[in-house]
Design a protein around this ligand. Structure first.
Ligand SMILES: [Zn+2]
Length: 253
């Protein structure tokens, strides 16, 4: 059986029978991969640390008929700050869930891999995990080609006037008064949009300097939550559709 090596971050890990675990990795070389780690829940297993969620580890993987399995692994970077702060742990879990839901297996994307690691490093030490998470979400959307349009009306291209603007998830960005007729939208301050632009243009190490009002945080949270949810559901619907197609049209070999 063929062996291959990857550098990867562990997105999640779920228990199977006999102390085995199915682990979802996001690797530098191959993108998302699901693998089996045998016997890792045993207290004596030396692989335990390297396969725990959010660890960055080097894996030697063995190709299998269904799932590949972990032959050897070594933890390289851990983020202990995440495990001593429940908020940070929840944000890290949310981040991993997004990557898992919005990427497909075997589609390498080194920029996403680097983005995850940068975010974990910052989450580990930040005093503002919420803002780091918003930075992560916006940039992940940009890297995956789902960035909402924030420079005018997404439908007609017109300028947006007034202190309040409208965001439409279905339209994919900001929307003007006329185009908003009949659409569902979220109203937010222009200042909130300015913060989103800043998050998109600033590097992560400057984020702690940003002061954001509670109202803008709440608006960003609502917008991103709704927007991400919509994309995740859309993806999961299209995957279900593909599954159905595959069932009716078996692959001809
Ligand atoms: Zn418009």
């Amino acid at each position: 059986m063929k062996l291959y090596k990857v550098l990867a971050v562990v997105l999640n890990s779920r228990e199977m029978r006999d102390a085995h675990r199915v682990i979802t990795l996001f690797s530098k070389e191959r993108g998302k991969i699901q693998v089996v780690a045998h016997g890792v829940t045993k207290p004596t297993s030396r692989k335990r640390g390297a396969v725990q969620p959010f660890a960055v580890s080097e894996f030697m993987l063995r190709q299998g008929r269904d799932l590949d399995s972990v032959s050897q692994c070594e933890g390289i970077e851990f983020f202990p700050g995440l495990w001593t702060d429940l908020d940070k742990l929840l944000y890290a879990g949310h981040m991993a869930e997004l990557v898992d839901a919005l990427t497909v297996e075997g589609d390498p994307n080194e920029a996403v891999f680097i983005h995850i690691i940068k975010t974990l490093r910052e989450l580990d030490k930040t005093v503002d995990p919420e803002l780091v998470t918003r930075w992560f979400e916006l940039r992940l959307m940009a890297l995956l080609g789902y960035l909402p349009y924030l420079n005018g009306c997404v439908d007609c291209g017109g300028e947006l006037n007034g202190p309040m603007v409208r965001f439409s998830t279905q339209a994919g960005g900001l929307i003007c008064f006329n185009c908003a007729a009949g659409e569902e939208y979220i109203t937010c301050n222009r200042g909130t949009v300015a913060i989103m632009h800043t998050l998109l243009s600033w590097e992560i190490d400057k984020i702690d300097r940003l002061r954001v009002a509670r109202s803008s945080r709440a608006q960003m949270s609502t917008i991103m939550h709704e927007y991400l949810q919509w994309h995740m559901e859309k993806r999961s619907r299209s995957l279900q559709f593909m599954d159905k197609l595959n069932c009716f049209n078996p692959v001809i070999k």
